[in-house]
Design a protein. Structure first.
Length: 271
């Protein structure tokens, strides 16, 4: 019997039994009936229909696909120091990751992401950042190459949308030999608006000829989840990047703590 039909029949039987209990014991308070039903007859999560596999997975880069914290943090302080500004801590760097690079530097310098000092410092950083990209400085998170291969064998398509510049996105994809797999590789300099606006995700869907509802976006920042929500796309948050589960949970449809959990979320009932 198909799982969905079996689950529906179980739910109907459960409801009938719960109604009988209520009829035979009318003096019990409502919360007692509710606890009885949930404890004994509620459909388990495993019986719920699995989410369909996405036709395409769009990826954030830093903190999602690759571990770039050391490179970006040290590069940030190199630019700040050479320009006569105070250096920052790693925690301050991570907090600033919610902004595009120019706004992040403005935030680090004055606390105001719209400070006009940002674009100049951001341009210096981008030039330095792209030059230093290598498999060693921006390694793929463990297990992701295998997951990408498995998804590819299932005819899933890939693209990347980041708030880092397009040249950096392309350099990261290229250094790992994934150019032919990622059909679109975009940063905010090639888009009308950066995340949390949905422009990048919607643009990729248009180029791929896909409905956003048939795609998933994987990211590590609250702005990634907000962009996915605004695009009408399933958002999957990962906790191995710059933000904790508590910071990202409300912004994503699903939050995962490991690559195997991400695989299960993307592969659905085939996991």
């Amino acid at each position: 019997m198909p799982n969905r039909l079996r689950s529906s029949k179980l739910l109907l039987v459960s409801a009938a039994i719960a109604a009988l209990v209520f009829t035979l014991s009318p003096g019990l308070p409502p919360q007692t009936h509710r606890r009885f039903f949930v404890s004994n007859f509620a459909m388990p999560a495993s019986a719920a229909p699995a989410k369909p596999r996405p036709l395409a997975v769009l990826w954030d880069i830093d903190g999602t696909l690759v571990e770039s914290t050391r490179l970006a943090f040290e590069g940030t302080n190199e630019v700040l120091k050479s320009s006569g500004h105070l250096e920052i801590t790693e925690a301050q760097y991570k907090e600033g990751c919610k902004y595009t690079t120019p706004r992040r530097f403005a935030y680090h310098v004055s606390g105001d992401p719209d400070d006009p000092v940002g674009p100049g410092l951001g341009a210096q950083f981008d030039e330095l950042y792209v030059q230093k990209v290598s498999p060693t400085t921006v390694p793929l998170f463990e297990g992701l190459r295998d997951l990408l291969g498995e998804l590819k064998r299932e005819n899933c398509r890939f693209s990347a949308v980041s708030n880092a510049c397009t040249a950096y996105v392309r350099a990261v994809i290229a250094t790992h030999g994934l150019e032919s797999d990622f059909q679109c590789q975009l940063g905010p300099d090639d888009l009308p608006a950066a995340k949390p606006a949905p422009d990048g995700l919607l643009h990729v869907c248009s180029l791929l000829g896909l409905n956003p509802a048939d795609c998933a976006y994987v990211g590590d920042a609250p702005t990634d989840g907000q962009a996915a929500q605004a695009a009408g796309m399933r958002g999957i948050g990962v906790t191995w990047g710059s933000y904790s589960r508590e910071r990202v949970a409300e912004h994503f449809d699903d939050v995962v703590d490991s690559v195997p959990a991400l695989r299960a979320a993307l592969m659905g009932d085939a996991s």
